[in-house]
Design a protein around this ligand. Structure first.
Ligand code: FS2
Ligand code: SF4
Length: 548
């Protein structure tokens, strides 16, 4: 195996024996093979689209399978083998359909468009030969992977929008074009860089689409205080990002005597009006994804993982853990999609919850959030006045991901060290590094404004663009906003590319720069966008404040 798609890549270069995430070597290879299969499908889907032909099953398959290969989403070997076989069958359907048209199909002689799966052993052998290192040139490899990881993040957001019946054809078309392009040996570095930038454009589009999907379905997030203590009844803990699962679980648990709590990236569900009506939606339990081992153990009840990030479970709670959607873990119960138009059936989780003790209290109090674009626009006058009077000197976008590494304490220390006339704009699970610090407020505006999940970084962009308009500025970089972003997995990659596409400069990215950036590709990002890493809190604070 060789995997370097996330921030925790071993030794800062790549996992080669087993993933730091817990992914085994065979599963890592099978994920590579699935990706290769998706590229093969895309070769034909691009041509089909050009000819006005579509295949809804292959479109759906590409998005769902891309999502399944994101860090910490799915560890299920058998599931990946089944997906590879299904993918090749879909590719061959396309092939048959196009063969009667006698058209020239670029890349149709590529092995990804031709290979045929045999026995499981042969699949494993093939899987070991198609990974990241099969591209010899390190800059081309770096650009192909940067594009691929952006596409993976894009797929996650497409899927969340799709479950709410929101799709955008241009985004799907780019997904297929981008995947096929990574097979093309003729593309130059410049052409690949252009595709990476285009990926950022579609990143903005997909986040806007998901924002529409979420807010049209569940209302605009509202400023909300969320309980972080526990009740006395048994509970179900729901994690991940899928709001449709959230809705369904709340509906099915109503009146059962079982409470529902959120974990990690599901915390922002509390901000949506549609979920506030459920009195058994008690609060948020615990912190970011990587705290699962201790927090899932002390929760005492069943836990539903709707998306990544899954930490390989401890025996102490494995029999209370459930996956659904495109997540999976061997030996963990999976809740399948509902048949035809039927909702997923969560009754097994609810029945188990009834037999469990209530959660052990690990903290008490409240945290505040819900500062997505509509809520912030509602208090825009107050914010603008605070900036004009100098009460707020600078905003710091500290969005993105949290993770296990000790070096991420930097973000807690940085937030603590920020001057009192600064405000943190956050989204994603990165927030857990500073959302319980009680940093106070500026004239009633909390110093940590949580917009929501990682995809709600879009809200931060909308807010920035609105401020730019209000202050009559030509350039988004003239705003009093600095960017100190933490990343972990591929959704952070699409968010980053989206910010670059919007022209945001001088983003600091940590705790380490991606291992998949070759020195030359990193230089392109440094020279054109001023991207930088992090150093120490003191040194960075000095640099940031000098720019104010
Ligand atoms: Fe956190 Fe994991 Fe949200 Fe990432 S819970 S690192 O998936 O996308 O952010
Ligand atoms: Fe390693 Fe991250 Fe890949 Fe897991 S996803 S194998 S931790 S680089």
């Amino acid at each position: 195996m060789f995997c370097y798609q996330c921030q925790e890549a071993a030794k800062g270069t790549g996992c080669t024996i087993q993933g730091v995430c817990g992914k085994t070597s065979d599963v890592a290879n099978l994920q590579d093979l699935l990706l290769y299969t998706l590229k093969g499908i895309s070769v034909f889907a691009v041509k089909g689209r050009e000819l006005g032909l579509r295949n809804a099953a292959s479109e759906k398959f590409i998005i769902e399978s891309m999502f399944a290969t994101i860090t910490n989403a799915n560890f299920d070997r058998d599931g990946f083998i089944a997906r590879v076989r299904e993918g090749v069958a879909l590719r061959d359907q396309w092939k048959t359909q196009l063969s009667s048209l006698e058209v020239t199909i670029p890349l149709s002689n590529h092995d990804a468009a031709l290979w045929v799966p045999g026995t499981e052993v042969e699949i494993d052998e093939k899987a070991a030969s198609v990974g990241v290192l099969s591209t010899a040139n390190e800059d081309i490899r770096s650009l192909r992977e940067l594009l691929t990881y952006g596409l993976k993040g894009m797929a996650a957001y497409m899927e969340h929008a799709a479950v709410l019946s929101y799709r955008e054809d241009n985004v799907q078309a780019f997904m297929e074009r981008g995947l096929a392009a990574t097979l093309n040996e003729d593309l130059t570095s410049e052409e690949l860089i252009a595709l990476v930038m285009e990926c950022g454009k579609f990143g903005v589009d997909v986040m806007a689409l998901l924002d529409r999907a979420n807010t049209s379905t569940y209302g605009n997030p509202e400023i909300t205080k969320v309980n972080i203590g526990v009740g006395t009844r048994p509970g179900i803990l729901i994690s991940g990002h899928d709001l449709k699962d959230m809705e369904e679980l709340l509906r099915q648990t109503e009146g059962t005597g079982v409470d529902v709590y959120t974990h990690s990236e599901m915390l922002p569900a509390h901000y949506y009006p549609a979920f506030k009506k459920y009195s058994h939606f008690v609060g948020n339990y615990g912190n970011a994804w990587w705290k699962q081992p201790e927090e899932f153990a002390s929760f005492n009840g069943p836990i539903l993982m709707t998306t990544n990030c899954i930490v390989p479970p401890k025996d102490s709670y494995k029999d209370r853990l459930y996956t659904t959607g495109h997540t999976g873990y061997p030996g963990v119960m999976h809740i399948p999609a509902g048949v035809e138009d039927k909702a997923k059936d969560f009754s097994a989780i609810i029945e188990q919850a009834k037999t469990c003790p209530s959660p052990t209290e690990i903290e008490t109090g409240e945290i505040i959030g819900g500062f997505a674009h509509a809520a912030v626009m509602g208090v825009a006058d107050q914010v603008v006045e605070a900036v004009q009077t100098g009460a707020i000197k600078q905003f710091f976008v500290m969005a993105g991901c949290d993770g296990r590494m000790k070096s991420r304490d930097y973000y807690t220390d940085f937030a603590t060290a920020l001057p009192e006339d600064t405000v943190i704009l956050t989204a994603g699970c990165a927030k857990y590094k500073y959302n319980k610090l009680n940093l106070g407020d500026i004239g009633g505006i909390p110093r940590v404004l949580d917009a929501g999940q990682c995809n709600d970084s879009y809200s931060l962009v909308v807010i920035a663009l609105k401020l730019k308009e209000v202050f009559g500025l030509d350039d988004i970089n003239d705003l009093p906003i600095s960017y100190n972003i933490a990343w972990y997995e591929q959704k952070a990659v699409i968010v980053l590319l989206a910010l670059l596409y919007l022209g945001v400069k001088n983003i600091h990215l940590g705790p380490t720069l991606p291992a998949f950036l070759s020195p030359n590709v990193a230089n392109v990002l440094i020279e054109n966008f001023g991207i930088g890493g992090i150093t120490t809190v003191d040194e960075d604070m000095e640099k940031f404040m000098a720019m104010v």
